[in-house]
Write a protein that binds this ligand. Sequence first.
Ligand code: CAA
Length: 369
Amino acid sequence: MIQKAARDFAQNELKPGVIERDEHQKFPAEQVKKLGELGFLGMMVSEKYNGSGLDALSYVLVMEELSKIDASASVVVSVNNSLVCYGLESYGSEFQKEKYLKPLASGEKIGAFCLSEPEAGSDATSQQTTAEDKGDYYLLNGTKNWITNGGTASTYLVIAQTDRALKHRGINAFIVEKGMEGFTIGPKENKMGIRGSDTHSLMFNDVKVPKENRIGEDGFGFKFAMKTLEGGRIGIAAQALGIAAGAYELALEYSKQRKSFGKAISEHQAIAFKLADMATTIEAARLLVYKAAWLKDQGLPYTLAGSMAKLYASKVAMDVTVEAVQIHGGYGFVKEYHVERMMRDAKITQIYEGTTEIQKMVISREILK
Ligand code: CAA
């Protein structure tokens, strides 16, 4: 039922205008509002905090369906659910849940997760943003890069160094509100893919963050980021799966309609074998994604499964979208047929929330430990 609701929403609400939003880098504001009304922005948050109280498997089904049509919209769902709401519900104080989680879970407000910096993306312990303890508040200074929902968010979870000597144990996570004095938002990035999503740099110049906005115990920020990203990777794996499945469905349909040398191109082995490879790898990615979500739902460790799902599904997304363009031939190279956008969108799944190389680090550490 949840899968069908997401599928219908994607067809009826996301598909119209998806090409124009990509072309003009237009944020899907109306669609995101409706996603909030459907309960898709706080899917795993308990009803007590205005969430939908669903599980991770439901969440990945929704991510997959939305991503088949519009990865720019689904990344908003992913960041808000996995990186912001999950982090706040799991590790936030009661005050933080009441004040910040509730409007984020209902979709009334949008959140952003701010870890990456100009010099610290993959190497997350090398945070240059500082938060100096001033008694009642912290003084935040620094720059964050590539922040999804950077312009549209109201609530920002910002990771910063409070004591450099303590390395990763001197890192904290803070809730920063849009409009706090000294907090400015840089121009929107002009991106290759997921162009409808809203990516910005953020600048913090002597921003006073009240002490009650620190998440968890002093020094918990790095673990907070790692735990939050762990769940985020399952959402992005589901996004990659959806992009692949969406491009495959279009290529399959096209190959049955398009004729060359007297028959449908799907009847040529050169195309049929491509479709066979696409279908097989998508199914394998799907099983990895569902397994990671299922493990999370069982309360079992999912670090390894989540990174495997993201590593594999993002490769499948890239490979399948390239083949989908190939099957469409010249039509695949023009915007009306959607697959060129999907090919551009697929690339980000190998980069954000931990690059392919980071997933290989996590996987190899897990299997060697
Ligand atoms: N859960 C809990 N704790 C963890 C953990 C996990 N999954 N992974 C590491 N830790 C802990 C370790 O136990 C260790 O703590 P102790 O010393 O107290 O035991 C501490 O964190 C440091 O661990 P490592 O020595 O393993 O750290 P590392 O520097 O080698 O880095 C890494 C590990 C996996 C590479 C990590 O840095 C990483 O995930 N990097 C990628 C970060 C990333 O995804 N960046 C993109 C963010 S997205 C964004 O900001 C923008 C947006 O819009 C979404």
